[in-house]
Ligand binder design. Structure first.
Ligand code: GRF
Length: 210
């Protein structure tokens, strides 16, 4: 019997890039364990050796590429090393989850249409840092979460999916943060599965799921 007939088709492979807590990384790990993620997490890339996400990866048995920005004079140099690690593992999709370094064309061009980011607001409102705090301070009644393709700009790539979160009168910044993170937990694995299932059609800024 061939491998093919045993149903052992090559799994869709993702690498997660993160710099901090790693709650989105953990959601993907948990979804994978529960059998609801149609992708294998083959690498964590992290620029902070002491970040909690690194410990989460070690506990889950996921390979890590951990580096420090200050060890390199140019961003292109560590990105070239990352690109080698990705190529070695045949990574199909890069999943940014709180990765706090700007990317260069080394990775952005090599993974055009194959790199996604999650941002805690309804883009194009509140791009950049502390999007939840920005929305809170502005006093909007509706905010949410956006998953988008990564281009060369800061949170400017084409939108793949959004989930709205209402800000109620009884909310505090803390309860809003929890609602946003809960929306992230719902949305990110679903979008990864769309890619794994070949459902994402990209035409310029127009993205459709079929
Ligand atoms: C998330 O809110 C995500 O939307 C943003 O960075 C945060 C990362 O949180 N891009 P975590 O490290 O996944 O807990």
């Amino acid at each position: 019997m061939t491998e093919q007939s045993l149903g052992s088709a090559r799994p869709f492979r993702i690498a997660v890039f993160a710099s901090g807590q790693g709650s989105n990384f953990q959601t993907l790990i948990d979804s994978s364990r529960e059998g609801t993620l149609g992708a294998e997490i083959v690498l964590l890339v992290c620029n902070k050796p002491e970040a909690p996400v690194v410990e989460r990866a070690r506990r889950a048995g996921v390979d890590c590429f951990v580096f420090e920005r200050k060890s390199y004079s140019r961003r292109e140099d560590y990105e070239a090393e990352i690109a080698e690690e990705l190529a070695r593992r045949g990574v199909d999709l890069i999943v940014l989850a709180g990765y706090m370094l700007l990317l260069t064309p080394v990775l952005v061009e090599a993974y055009q249409g194959r790199m996604i980011n999650i941002h805690p607001s309804l883009l194009p409102s509140f791009p950049g840092k502390d999007a939840i705090g920005q929305a809170w301070e502005y006093g909007v009644k509706l905010t949410g979460v956006t998953v988008h393709l990564v281009d060369g700009g800061m949170d400017t790539g084409p939108v793949i999916a959004q989930k709205a979160v209402e800000i109620d009168p009884e909310d505090t910044i803390e309860t809003l943060e929890e609602k946003i993170h809960s929306a992230e937990r719902d949305l990110y694995p679903q979008v990864v599965n769309w890619f794994a299932d070949g459902k994402v059609r990209i035409e310029g800024r127009s993205i459709t799921i079929s």
